[in-house]
Design a protein around this ligand. Structure first.
Ligand code: SAM
Length: 411
């Protein structure tokens, strides 16, 4: 299947954004770090992929997320949130709420559990998505609409439960390339003569070098079969981990900063984040020498991320060890880390399914529903690549979703 070409109107939209980013590159001396390029490609007001009126979600869009696939996903998130509501304010703050399906499902399921949310705040950067979320909520849970509000920015203090599905992977990343023996470049973006972009390397600055070093130390530390290292060894950078050849990867510094900011604002409650990714040991594995940066357009995943800014999603996997480090620095406890499949099973996905299909009716609707659940659970699809991580302050340990199969030790 070949990727469909954007229509002329979409190409014109992309050209306006490309020209604007090109101007920024020239104003900055001909080079932008990749996170600055990615921020503009995704979030430039009125033009970026998530801010320009594109319709990324669902069969007619560019990708499908778990809440769009099956209502069972929101039911399981609600089971976990409901458990936490016994210990903190019954408030949810969702970041990057997409079409509003997860919000609607969680609000409905919490009511059904007898633990309704008193307030459901959505932090959404895109005006188009806000409108879509309001429409979804009005259609699916009109009775809960008056508890929902939209926020422009992060609240200064948070009491309740923060949730984010596939939000960390949409945060801009820095790129580095190691050429053996500690030789480190930062990969950024230059403008080409035809109005497009090309990769351009510069020697990494001290800040990036230290951030890469920290990620690699975590990768070595987390290796249950490797040398844990004493104080002296920990001061060295295990460059050898990346092998002798060229090794390119990413650092999710903005995601870590975001977790730190939300974590410091959280007074009593939890953060529940779902995304694709790995612990540092797997992320910075010698064989993953091209990194995880990828573009999504019309259900094609491809490596041509600098093409068509504004018309395709650009994303990188999450380093969950770095996420845990950021949360710990903010004083949060790690409450659990496991695969999406294990989390959903722990939250009673199969019991929910059995209830839904009681009576044995095998109509096309229930066959579709079973297929969607299979996609959420299957190791070959979302079940293993996607992980769930939870942090908290003032909450009891071992939440429902992590009672079996917790992998916190791998971080
Ligand atoms: C891949 S989409 C996922 C949407 C939705 N959660 C779902 O599962 O369908 C990523 C979303 O994260 C949002 N996002 C990224 N950074 C954010 C931030 N700092 N605050 C709030 N939303 C953010 C983007 O605007 C985008 O809507």
């Amino acid at each position: 299947m070949t990727m469909p070409q954007p229509d002329p109107q979409a190409l014109a939209h992309s050209a306006v954004l490309a020209a604007r980013i090109g101007d920024a590159i020239r104003a900055d001396g001909g080079w932008l770090p990749f996170d600055a390029w990615m921020a503009r490609a995704l979030y430039e007001p009125g033009l970026g992929y998530y801010a320009g009126g594109a319709h990324p979600f669902g069969a007619g869009g560019d990708f499908v997320t778990a809440p769009e696939l099956s209502p069972a996903f929101a039911d399981c998130i609600a089971a976990q949130v409901g458990e936490w509501f016994a210990h903190c304010d019954p408030v949810v703050i969702e970041f990057g709420a997409g079409t509003g399906r997860l919000a609607a499902g969680v609000l409905g399921a919490l009511r059904a559990l007898g633990r309704p949310a008193h307030r459901y705040a959505i932090v959404e950067l895109s005006g188009t998505l806000r409108a879509q979320q309001r429409e979804t909520l009005a259609r699916l849970v009109p009775e809960a609409l008056d508890t929902v509000e939209w926020l422009d920015a992060l609240p200064a203090t948070i009491d309740g439960v923060v949730i984010g599905n596939e939000v960390l992977d949409a945060m801009p990343v820095r790129l580095f390339e190691h050429a053996g023996d500690g030789a480190l470049d930062e990969i950024g973006v230059a403008a080409d003569d035809a109005g497009g972009f090309r990769w351009a390397a510069r020697p990494a600055d001290a800040g990036l070098r230290e951030a890469v070093a920290e990620a690699l130390r975590a990768a070595v530390r987390a290796d249950p079969y490797g040398d844990d290292g004493d104080g002296a060894q920990a001061a060295d950078v295990p460059w050898a981990l990346l092998g002798p050849g060229r090794y390119r990867s990413e650092l999710g510094l903005q995601a870590a900063a975001w977790i730190g900011t939300v974590g410091r604002a959280l007074r009593r409650g939890a953060m529940l984040l779902v995304d694709y990714g790995f612990p540092a040991r797997e992320y910075y594995h010698p064989q993953r020498d091209g990194g995880t940066l990828i573009a999504h357009r019309r259900h094609h995943a491809h490596g041509d991320v600098l093409r068509w800014p504004g018309l395709q999603d650009v994303t990188a996997h999450v380093d969950f060890s770095a996420a845990a480090r950021a949360a710990s620095d903010a004083g949060l406890a790690l409450l659990g880390y496991t695969s999406q499949a294990r989390f959903l099973l722990n939250c009673g996905l199969l019991e929910r399914l059995a209830e839904a299909t009681r009576g044995g009716a095998v109509d096309p609707g229930s066959v579709r529903a079973l297929g969607a659940v299979q996609t959420l659970l299957s190791e070959a699809e979302m079940g293993e690549l996607f992980k769930v991580i939870a942090f908290g302050r003032g909450l009891p340990p071992v939440p429902l979703g992590f009672v079996r199969g917790d992998r916190s030790g791998s971080l």
